[in-house]
Ligand binder design. Structure first.
Ligand SMILES: [Zn+2]
Ligand SMILES: [Zn+2]
Ligand SMILES: [Zn+2]
Length: 343
């Protein structure tokens, strides 16, 4: 089978799902909508931004004159701290089922500067961001009733980011959410069956093949996973087996900061635009021992062919299985060609 030419499907061992790959379709004409992106240069301080230092938020609270990172509880939190831990199951048939979900939702500004992003911030500033992620994980993970801490960033209007001020969200939940729950189960099964970690073994295979690796340093590897769904999706994997940010040692925090800056600025060069994406860290559940879990981050960017042509998950993808045209190997080659300061 020629993975470069023939249609095939690829297995995602982390989620137990499949993706359809149709490399022969990359030449078909595009008839989709064109979206206009805003290219307006942003000021360092925006008096109307609710995240800038000193400004007031919807609830009337004034942000402090913060100098580096700044964390606060989301004024429009999707989760409340004290939802009842009840369960409904009508007639015990497992058909109409609901469970109480409580949690803590925070917003974290990366910098007081309205005009920066993780790709344009300097290394020390990004290291401070990593330190804040780490302390937030430690604090929220230790809170009673919290099982999982999800750190994620939505970047760009296309991803629904309501404010361009560089920030992320941190949602700590009473249950382990769906995507990490699937990965937890897959990693547990793999460890039981093979006696090794799934992602440690996968990284070894990728380092043999090299075709999907975009960039790496001593601590981390960025690659387009074999099973990637989004055109320029990447997986950021720690080289060392560990489950969470607080387990970082030595220079790993600064290595993570460096690789994040590298991959995001590489993204920005693909279509010469601040690349929209959703990214987030997948860390082990907050409670209990998790020898199976391997620390990683996912980047899911929607752009396909230009700064305005995005991939949609519709039709067969909604009703059948996700599908892609450009192969993960071609995407990795494109990204690799745009990495500067290659190590
Ligand atoms: Zn701002
Ligand atoms: Zn591992
Ligand atoms: Zn994951």
């Amino acid at each position: 089978m020629d993975l470069k030419e023939q249609s095939h499907r690829r297995f995602n061992p982390l989620t137990d799902e499949w993706v359809l790959v149709s490399p022969h379709r990359t030449q078909r004409p595009w008839l989709g909508a064109i979206e206009k992106l805003s290219h307006v240069a942003r000021p360092a301080y925006d008096p109307t931004c609710y995240l800038c230092p000193g400004n007031s938020r919807a609830c009337g609270v004034h942000n402090p004159q913060y100098q580096s990172t700044f964390v606060f509880e989301n004024d429009f939190a999707a989760l409340k701290k004290n939802a009842p831990a009840a369960r409904i199951d009508v007639q015990d048939k497992g058909l109409i089922v609901a469970e109480g979900e409580s949690g803590i939702c925070r917003v974290m500004c990366f910098s007081p500067r309205h005009d920066l992003t993780l790709s344009s911030m300097e290394q020390p500033g990004i290291e401070e961001v990593v330190r804040t992620w780490t302390s937030q994980f430690t604090e929220l993970g230790a809170a009673s009733g919290i099982s999982h801490v999800q750190i994620f960033e939505n970047r760009g209007e296309m991803m629904g980011a309501s404010n361009p001020h560089p920030h992320c969200q941190i949602w700590a939940t009473s249950s382990v959410p769906q995507a990490p729950a699937h990965e937890l189960s897959a990693q547990q099964k793999y460890l039981q069956k093979h006696g090794n970690c799934l992602l440690c073994d996968y990284l070894k295979l990728e380092e043999n093949e090299k075709s999907r690796i975009v960039v790496s340093n001593e601590g981390f590897v960025v690659l387009v996973p074999f099973w990637a769904v989004w055109p320029f999706e990447v997986l950021v994997c720690s080289r060392r087996h560990m489950g969470t940010l607080p387990e970082f040692k030595g220079r790993e925090a600064s290595q993570l900061a460096a690789i994040l800056k590298q991959i995001i600025s590489t993204y920005d060069r693909v279509f010469e635009v601040a690349f929209p994406y959703s990214m987030g860290f997948h860390q082990s559940p907050a409670k209990g021992d998790h020898p199976e879990w391997h620390f990683h981050a996912h980047f899911y960017p929607p752009l396909l062919r230009s700064s305005t042509v995005r991939k949609f998950m519709v039709g067969f993808e909604m009703l059948g299985t996700p599908q892609r045209d450009i192969t993960p190997e071609l995407a990795a080659e494109k990204l690799r060609s745009l990495v500067t300061d290659k190590k």
